[in-house]
Design a binder for this molecule. Sequence first.
Ligand SMILES: [Zn+2]
Length: 104
Amino acid sequence: MPEMNQLNKLSRWSLEEARGVGHILIVRCGLCNITRRFLPDDLLKLRKNTTINRLRFTCQECHKRDYMDVTVYLPSASEIGKLYVRRLVGIKEVKMPVWRDETI
Ligand SMILES: [Zn+2]
């Protein structure tokens, strides 16, 4: 991806396109100053394809969304095998009770 207006580009760049060229997602919380990297392929296991700018992340430290910033990054050949990424290791289903008031 050429270094052009990143925000404009991310509004048209999808997870599938990012996966196709080998991009990784850089997600940073500006409040906690924590950066995590994700593979588009892992996110596509959780949700259907969308543009990068539509992704909504919640910081796992401060639990806020307002300070999250998402960009894409193409790792260089020398970084392969050295770059830490947060991988999806499983999907846990949670049972939530649903209640309603009725007369008997
Ligand atoms: Zn945070």
